[in-house]
Design a protein around this ligand. Structure first.
Ligand code: PLP
Length: 374
């Protein structure tokens, strides 16, 4: 029998929720209202309630969510914004789209998230904000980030694109800073069937500015108060997201169970497993292991019908488009080491526990065959 286990299976979630999703999309299609309407308003209040924040504002993507959050906080040309290079390029792209200058710092090698000690060292007189990324579904060390940020008067925009529903020491991520950016790209823990995003904030004046910025800067129709964008969430995606939100906690629980199963099945091998702080609730957007034999292991798994991914193979400061940031090779050693060794194993709520066992057995075979020295 040939195995076929993909890194992610989006159709499985659709099939499981098809009755609810089809009813939601049919409702929108027959409503005659397709952009920024009642579904978006309902989703915004349901998502804000879920996060425990004052307001959520729907936008067109996660990239736009970071961009609009920064602009709504008044950040722009001349300002420096600190973030990591071990992230989706969108985090850094959005900082530049806002007109600000990204300052990239290294990660903590164990959690793959922003190293608070590096944050303090990178602050200059022009630093205005920090964008911690809750990567792979695991919260950044927010108490340390908040302490440094508050000591230096920095604004905080959490990048929650990979961490819907994650908790940091009992507190929901997305509620910890001045604003938080979410992506609803289909693979995300809370995924639409197209592009989408949202900004969460406890600051009403920031929410108000976001609502201007996402639609041409209009306060009233056809009159722009500020220079804005077209970054609207559409009604179909909002209706789908309302369905998906109702299942988010159960799906995150399924991800956590699968992660625990991987942890147990892979224990004792010469690979580094994800490390989560015991008092956090990580939501395993990705299940990422680490080994110097990453590429050979991926080939071995592929030959057995098992898909894997690398998030991310080239850190942002090493990508051609970001050479101008002047961040030399070797300047972010923990980031560069991680990029060479991380491997994402299949992870999605509908993944069968027996598939995890199959994947773990294939990984054990690899180490059995190669003398178990990584
Ligand atoms: C950490 C992170 N930030 C930002 C984004 C950007 O989101 P989007 O693709 O919806 O623009 C993504 C997703 O690609 C992401 O993973």
């Amino acid at each position: 029998m040939t195995t076929s286990i993909s890194l992610v299976d989006l159709k499985a979630a659709y099939r499981r929720l098809q009755t609810e999703i089809d009813a939601a999309t049919a409702r929108v299609m027959s409503s005659g209202w397709y952009i920024l309407g009642p579904e978006v308003a309902a989703f915004e209040s349901e998502f804000a309630a879920y996060l425990g924040v004052e307001q959520a504002v729907g936008v067109a993507s996660g990239t736009d969510a970071v961009l609009l959050a920064l602009r709504a906080l008044g950040i722009g040309p001349g300002d420096e914004v600190i973030t990591v290079a071990h992230t989706a390029v969108a985090t850094v792209a959005a900082i530049e789209l806002a007109g600000a200058t990204p300052r990239l710092v290294d990660i903590d090698a164990a959690t793959y998230t922003l190293d608070p000690a590096q944050l303090a060292a990178a602050i200059t007189s022009r630093t205005r904000a920090v964008v911690p990324v809750h990567l792979y579904g695991a919260p950044a060390d927010m108490d340390a980030v908040l302490a440094v940020a508050h000591a230096h008067g920095l604004l905080i925009v959490e990048d929650c694109a990979q961490a819907h529903g994650a908790r940091y020491r009992g507190r929901m991520v997305g509620a910890l800073g001045d604003a938080a950016a979410f992506s609803f790209y289909p693979t995300k823990n809370l995924g639409a069937l197209g592009d989408g995003g949202a900004v969460a904030t406890n600051r009403p004046e920031v929410a108000e500015r976001l609502r201007l910025l996402r639609q041409y800067g209009w306060r009233e129709r056809y009159v722009s108060d500020v220079t804005g964008y077209n970054s609207r969430l559409d009604e179909l995606q909002a209706a789908i997201l309302r369905v998906r939100l109702r299942h988010l906690d159960a799906e995150n629980t399924a991800r956590r169970r699968l992660a625990a199963r991987y942890d147990a099945a892979l224990a004792g091998l010469p690979i580094t497993l994800p490390t989560a702080r015991a008092d956090d609730r990580a939501v395993y957007h990705l299940y990422v292991i680490r080994t110097a034999a990453r590429d050979a292991l991926a080939v071995h798994l592929r030959a057995r019908g098992i898909g894997t991914g690398v998030h991310y193979p080239v850190p942002v400061h090493r990508q051609p488009a970001y050479a101008h940031l002047g961040c030399d090779p070797g300047s972010l050693p923990a980031t560069e080491a991680a990029a060479a060794e991380v491997l994402s194993l299949p992870m999605y709520p509908d993944l069968l526990p027996t598939a995890v066992d199959t994947i773990a057995a294939a990984i054990r075979d690899y180490y059995g065959a190669t003398g178990a020295n990584g």
